[in-house]
Design a protein around this ligand. Sequence first.
Ligand SMILES: Cc1cc2nc3c(=O)[nH]c(=O)nc-3n(C[C@H](O)[C@H](O)[C@H](O)COP(=O)(O)OP(=O)(O)OC[C@H]3O[C@@H](n4cnc5c(N)ncnc54)[C@H](O)[C@@H]3O)c2cc1C
Length: 492
Amino acid sequence: MNAASPRHIVIVGAGVAGLTAAALLAHRGYRVSLFEKQSVPGGRAASMTEEGFTFDLGPTLLFMPDVYRETFALWGGDFDREVPMQRLRPNYRLNYADGKTLEISPLLSETMRSLERFAPGSSRGFLRYLADAADAYQRSRRLFVGERIRSFRHFLSKERIAALFATGAFRRLGAQSERSFGDPRVAGAFSFQSMYLGMSPFDAPLLYRLLLFTELGEGIFFPQGGIGALPRALDRAARGNGAQIRYATEIAAVERNGASVVAVRTAEGERVACDAVLLNADLPYAYDRLLGEPKHRSLRMRHTPSALLVYAALEERYDDLLHHEFLMPADLRATCDDIFRRGRIPEDPAIYLCAPGATDPTMAPTGKEALYLLVPAPSLLGVVDWAGERDAIVDRALRIVEERRLPGLRSRIRWVRSRTPLEFQDELSLNFGSAFGLSHDILQIGPMRPDNRHATLKNCYFVGASTRPATGLPLVTLGAVQSVERICEELG
Ligand SMILES: Cc1cc2nc3c(=O)[nH]c(=O)nc-3n(C[C@H](O)[C@H](O)[C@H](O)COP(=O)(O)OP(=O)(O)OC[C@H]3O[C@@H](n4cnc5c(N)ncnc54)[C@H](O)[C@@H]3O)c2cc1C
C-alpha cells in the first residue's frame, strides 16, 4: 500500500460489526469513511437516555468478554479500561407459572442448589450437560466461529468433520436438553435462550450450546452505563485510529463499474468514491436495496422472527427484581410453535425482563427503574397487525408481567416507548423487521451462510449478523476481524 495515498474503504453502518471493522481498518492504515443512517452508534446495540432513564435498545447481555479483549488489543486498546464491566451473580432467574423459580449462576454450586430445589435429582443431568457443552465450546469456538471459512472445501477439513460429529452439530438443542434432563421444564431452562437470538430451541442446532456454555462457564457481564458503552468505545477507537464517521447519513446505493464497486451515493445524492466497500447494513437488505440485486439467494433464505420491545420508565423500582429475569411459559413448545410456525404472538408468551438498576444505579434516577421487556414475536411475515394493534399488544405484555411478577406495574409507569418489527424494518433496515437477521438453522450456518464478500464484485465485502459467522455481539465482532483480515489479504 502506498503510504501517501492509502486505499479508501467506505463502511455502511455503525453497528458493532461496522465500528469494529472501522477501528481495525483505520489502524491498519486504510482511509476509512463510515456512514450511518442513525444519529448514534451501535445499530441494534444502540442505547437511549431520556429524563435520566437509560435503555439499551436491543442487546442487554454481554457474553464472551475475551473476544472484545482480544479485538481491542489488535489496535492497542484495553477493553477492560475502555468498557469497565462486572460479572452478574446469579445470571438470571426463571419464573414459572406455578410460582416456582430457578436461578442460573456462573457458580456451579449455586446453580446445582437451585436445580435441586426446583426438580430434585436434576443437578446430575446438569453436570453431564455442562461437561458436554464445555467440550463443544472448546472445539466450536475455534473451528466454527473463530476462523474465517474460505470455502466449502476449506470448511470440510478432517478436523472440522470430526468436530461436527463430536459436538453433535446436527442434533437439535431442545431434543438434546430433553435427553439430558428428562424433566421438560428443566430441559427448557437450558435451551429456551436460543429464542432470544431468533431460533426455536426445538429447531436450533446443538451448536447453540456454545452460547449457553459461555453463560454457565464464563458468566454474563454488564458494562458500566449499559451495553451502549461498547459501541461508544468502538466509535472512540475508530476515530482515534483515524476513521471518519458520519452519523445521520443514509447510503442509498452502491455504484459499480464492471466487476468493481467504485463509489457509494448518499440519500442526499452525494457521491463518495472508494477503493472498496464494506457493508454492515444487514446482508439481505444490502443485496436488495444497496446493490440492486433483489433476486439474491439471501432474500429467499429463512429469516429469524422478531421481537416486541417495551421500554418503561418506572417511578419506583422493585427491590426483589434481579437484573435479568424470564417469565417462562407453561408449554414452551406451544409458545415456540405460535411464533415460529404460526406467525402469531403466543397466548402465553416467554417474556424477558431487564432491570439494569439492580446492577448499575446510574441507569435511572435514584429509586426509579429503566425496565425493559422483550417478547419474542413473529416478524412482518407473520399475521400480526403491528400498526393497528401496537398499543393493545404492549398493554397486554405489561398486564401479563404485572399479574405474574410485578404487582402494580402499570401504576408505576411514567412513560413507555416500544419497538416492533416495523421499527426494525424502517429504522434498522432489517428485511421483514426480522430482528436477528438470517436464521441459523443447520442449512444457513458455516459455509452455507452468505459469504463475507460478493461473488463477482471483488471489492465488495460484508460484515455483521447475517453474514459469517453468525449473529450476537461476540460473533459479529469475530466476523469483523475476519472480514478485515480478508480485505487486507485481497486489497494488499
Ligand atoms: C432485541 C435484541 C436483543 C439482542 N440481545 C442480544 C444480547 O443480549 N447479547 C448479544 O450478544 N446479542 C444480542 N442481540 C444480537 C445483536 O444485537 C446483533 O447480533 C448485533 O447487534 C448485530 O450487529 P451488526 O453490526 O451486525 O448489525 P446492526 O447493529 O444492525 O448494524 C447495522 C447498521 O447499519 C445501519 N444501516 C442500515 N442501512 C443503512 C444505510 N442504507 N445507510 C447507512 N446506514 C445503514 C443501521 O442503521 C445499523 O446501525 C440482540 C438483538 C436484538 C434485536
